[in-house]
Design a protein around this ligand. Structure first.
Ligand code: B3K
Ligand code: ZN
Length: 879
């Protein structure tokens, strides 16, 4: 484990390195516990740098076994080496070569950073700072180098030898060994280096780019799982095609390879020409993957592929600029999925994710700007803020400029910065240049943390036929940023007439209003729209044009009207969701006060009407009927949260909706039960989604028959897992539920990815006893503390998605969690730190729970020898 130096990195301290490394040649002699790496690095001193300036290279736990300067073995006085640093006295010449030998033990590398082994396969993960665990280097993203790689290994262990770029020479060696060379002509930062060697199966295909270049495609998976990679291959080709059409981006190498491994710290990695994936985001068939898995695979394959231009060809100058590649690439993968599936459904899902993950981050102790200004451990900044809010910021640029100017800006970005390590300023500049707009106020979205709030009061003046909006913006204080500046918020809107369609205004004053967007730039705007002798209904933040919270005074009749008629499908969903949320907040207050909640009949009826509305696609109806989750309600309440009251309130609303619409739901459930052959496409997935939401309502009354039948007759994993969830959550402990869980385990036991679903379903069973069942499941033979997917499925899911179990009043959930985080940390600090962020909202609970959480956090903080990763998260969470 790298020692915690307590060092803080600051954006304002950026300075170019004294040396460049134009050429990097790496030689790997692979062996599980003694891999020898020889790095031949060509250095070039930058102009103006003294020839005495030492070469200072990053390392992380390295063992130096050899060092030569321009081919001559280095003398003791010429260098100083520790596991984490190599300092070399440079030769006089401007250009020179250092040959560095290091010895690695991939087999015992449990951090899964640098070179490690997963199921016997050698693989690498270098972003952000894993390359320094392979060799000493200027391990920073602004050092772009041309790489050539040679590797050798026993043929039997590693018939497959892969690295970045295009394949070069390969052949047999003495002693049943072989070698392969790879050359990557595109200069790249060290974090994009990759090597894979092992025995894997594959599927192959090819793609012809629009200029006629043929690209060989390969996806490598465990033997026997090849058929499960077919969907990923299809998604890859669709991504390649889409990027050409939508962004004019062509692929640039002769090969593109994807390798799926089962031990991986995150989702996937965009290494140049050799993406390495968590197998969860590659493998799918109807028997083992849900529709959500298919959608995720499509999105992650696209995301990593799109990085080839946004991230690889144009990379980041430093890690503070991480959103430059991540936010932009998320925006691109969102647009891709919207084009492949349903735009409205995709948008709603994005907003739900943003609110579930980014809003609590922005509103809690870990809040930071999309471009942070300081960090202690960069791996802790691969956050929902950098990724998801980062994507929303790019979306706002597109909203402000319009589609055409946005595309011209992107074209200019690619043209101007190809082959460079760029900054957020470079990115914004291209859009200013193509549009002539001043984006300086807008740039606060990158530099200021916190979710802005808009308060809107509407009034209507029949005498002047005006609709008046009084809008006020505020940005709440966040850690280390108590005073906030006013932001530029593009607020898309519509004024809906009594016919249910947008009505045109004759004048607009008080703010710039263009193309259906009000540009909020000041603290207060009074916006007056003329031409309304009758009051229209206001629909605001259409399409979620800005990632803000909105407090609009609006009658529930108006919301019901919007939920039925708004031309903007996102806003229809939002209106319904607000109605549900308000009802649930009121109901949880009533529950807490010992009263029985009462619900508005109009809202309840609306659920039935939406379910039946065949003008809406099933996937949309499924999202509309899925009530806000317990965590969503908690977030809206904000403080002094009692998760048990929220749970009961939500159950009461589920029952009320089910009771009032039971027949409609049952008929629709049957109607959707066609047994057409399986297809993972969006339309079919949507029907399954709706049917599974209905199953949950229909099972709320306590009868497990329908769920048990669905479990028994299911022909795909979506329906099977959907039924199992209902059985375990609503009928837990019953004979049918226990039998189904046992049958599932028996059938899928040897398939780790499917067993993750089994763990997840049980980790999310509501109620206090789940603490004990999660503890018991951690002893299950299919569980492993060493595998990040298993840990996330069981313990991560428990902490993030089980409000009543994790936040058990006596603190047992937090204690189990705290102990597990420390266990994981011993092997893998990065995964432990990520896990620990689940405690970030601890201060929003009622005092008893807060105290229990605080004790656990303080216990972690006082553990001797804590890693930098975990210390950073825990100290910020407690601050
Ligand atoms: N760039 C990687 C994430 C690396 C995380 C390092 N801790 C995957 C992605 O965002 O595409
Ligand atoms: Zn990414």
């Amino acid at each position: 484990m790298r020692s915690d130096t307590g060092q803080v990195f600051r954006l304002e301290d950026y300075r170019p390195s004294d040396y460049l490394i134009p050429l990097t040649h790496l030689d790997f002699d692979l062996s599980p516990e003694a891999t020898l790496v020889t790095a031949e690095l060509t250095f070039e001193r930058r102009a103006g740098v003294a020839d005495t300036a030492p070469v200072v290279l990053d390392g992380d736990g390295l063992e130096l076994v050899g060092l030569a300067i321009d081919g001559k073995p280095a003398k003791p006085g010429d260098f100083e080496a520790t596991p984490d640093l190599l300092t070399v006295k440079p030769p006089r010449a401007k250009r020179f070569v250092l040959t560095i030998g290091t010895r690695l033990s991939p087999q015992t590398n449990t951090q899964l950073m640098g070179l490690y082994r997963s199921n016997g396969v050698y693989c690498t993960q270098c972003e952000a700072e894993g390359f320094r665990r392979i060799t000493y280097f200027l391990d920073r993203p602004d050092i772009l180098s041309i790489y050539s790689v040679r590797m050798e290994a026993p043929k039997k262990d590693a018939p497959l030898l892969l690295s970045n770029g295009n394949p070069g020479a390969h052949g047999d060696l003495d002693g049943e060994r072989h070698y392969a060379e790879w050359n990557d002509p595109f200069p790249k930062p060290s974090y994009l280096f990759a090597l894979v060697a092992g025995d894997l199966g594959s599927i192959r295909s090819h793609f012809v780019t629009k200029s006629g270049r043929r690209v060989e495609l390969g996806i490598f998976v465990e033997h026997g799982k090849e058929a499960r990679a077919v969907y990923a291959m299809d998604a890859l080709k669709r991504s390649m095609c889409w990027d050409e059409e939508k962004f004019g981006r062509e692929y640039d190498l002769d090969v593109f390879n994807i390798v799926a491994v089962s031990d991986f710290n995150m989702g996937a990695m965009e290494n140049k020409g050799l993406n390495v994936f968590n197998d969860k985001y590659v493998l799918a068939d109807e028997e083992t993957a849900t529709d959500a898995d298919y959608a995720n695979i499509e999105a992650v394959i696209a995301h990593e592929y799109f990085h080839n231009w946004t991230g690889n060809r144009i990379t980041c100058r430093d890690w503070f600029q991480l959103c430059l590649k991540e936010g932009l690439t998320v925006f691109r993968d969102h647009e891709f999925s919207a084009d492949q599936r349903s735009r409205a459904v995709k948008r709603i899902a994005e907003v739900r994710t943003l609110r579930a993950h980014q809003f609590p981050e922005d509103q809690g102790p870990l809040a930071h700007p999309v471009r942070p200004r300081r960090y202690r451990e960069i791996n802790n900044f691969y956050t929902a803020t950098v990724y998801e809010k980062g994507s929303e910021v790019v979306r706002m640029v597109s909203t402000i400029l319009g589609e055409d100017a946005f595309r011209r800006g992107m074209d200019l970005y690619f043209e101007r910065h190809d082959g460079e390590a760029a900054t957020v300023e470079d990115f914004l500049k291209v859009f200013e240049d193509v549009s002539g707009q001043d984006l300086s106020q807008f740039s606060l979205w990158y530099n200021q943390a916190g979710t802005p709030n808009l308060t809107v009061k509407t009034s209507h003046d029949p005498a002047s036929a005006e609709l008046i909006l009084d809008i006020e913006q505020s940005v709440p204080p966040t850690p280390n940023e108590s005073r906030k500046r006013l932001m530029h918020i593009p607020l898309a809107f519509g004024l809906v007439g009594s016919n249910g369609h947008d009505a045109a205004y004759t004048s607009a004053e008080g703010a710039t209003v263009e193309n259906g967007v009000i540009h909020i730039r000041k603290r207060r705007h009074q916006v007056r729209f003329g031409g309304f002798p009758q009051r229209p209904v206001v629909s605001l933040n259409r399409g979620f044009s800005a990632p803000i919270t909105l407090s609009v005074q609006q009658r529930s009749e108006d919301r019901i009207f919007l939920a039925r008629h708004d031309d903007d499908l996102y806003s229809r969903w939002q209106a319904l969701n607000t109605l549900f949320t308000d009802a649930l907040i009121a109901a949880s207050r009533q529950k807490r006060g010992g009263k029985t909640p009462k619900f508005n009949a109009g809202t309840i009826a609306l659920a039935g009407a939406i379910a039946e509305d065949e003008t809406l696609e099933p996937a949309y109806r499924a999202l509309a009927l899925a009530l806000p989750g317990e965590a969503d309600i908690a977030r809206e309440i904000g403080s002094n949260i009692d998760p048990d009251a929220i749970f009961e309130a939500r159950e009461a609303l589920v029952s009320a909706i089910a009771a009032a619409n039971g027949e409609t739901f049952a008929e629709l459930y049957e109607k959707l039960s066609d047994k057409a052959p399986f297809s993972p496409d969006a339309a079919n997935a949507g029907r399954r989604a709706l049917r599974n939401v209905l199953l949950d309502y229909l099972s709320a009354g306590g009868d497990p028959t329908r769920a048990a039948d669905q479990y028994r007759t299911a022909t795909n994993m979506t329906d099977r897992a959907g039924a199992l969830t209902v059985l375990a959550h609503r009928h837990g402990g019953s004979k049918v539920s226990t039998a189904a869980l046992t049958a599932f385990e028996k059938h899928y036991g040897p398939d780790p990815l499917v067993m993750d679903k089994w763990f997840m379903i049980q980790a999310t069973v509501p109620g206090p006893e789940t603490v004990e069942s999660v503890a018991a499941l951690m002893e299950h033979k299919r569980f492993s503390i060493a595998n990040p997917n298993r840990v996330r499925a069981l313990v991560g899911t428990f902490a993030i998605a089980n409000q009543t179990g994790f936040n058990r009043r006596d603190g047992a959930g937090y204690r189990l969690f705290g102990e597990t985080v420390l266990k994981v940390e011993k092997r893998n600090p990065q995964v432990a730190a990520r896990l620990a962020t689940a405690l970030r909202s601890w201060r929003s609970f009622e005092p008893e729970r807060q105290e229990q959480a605080r004790i656990v956090l303080a216990g972690i903080a006082s553990t001797p020898g804590l890693s930098a990763d975990l210390r950073d998260i825990v100290e910020r969470t407690l601050a």
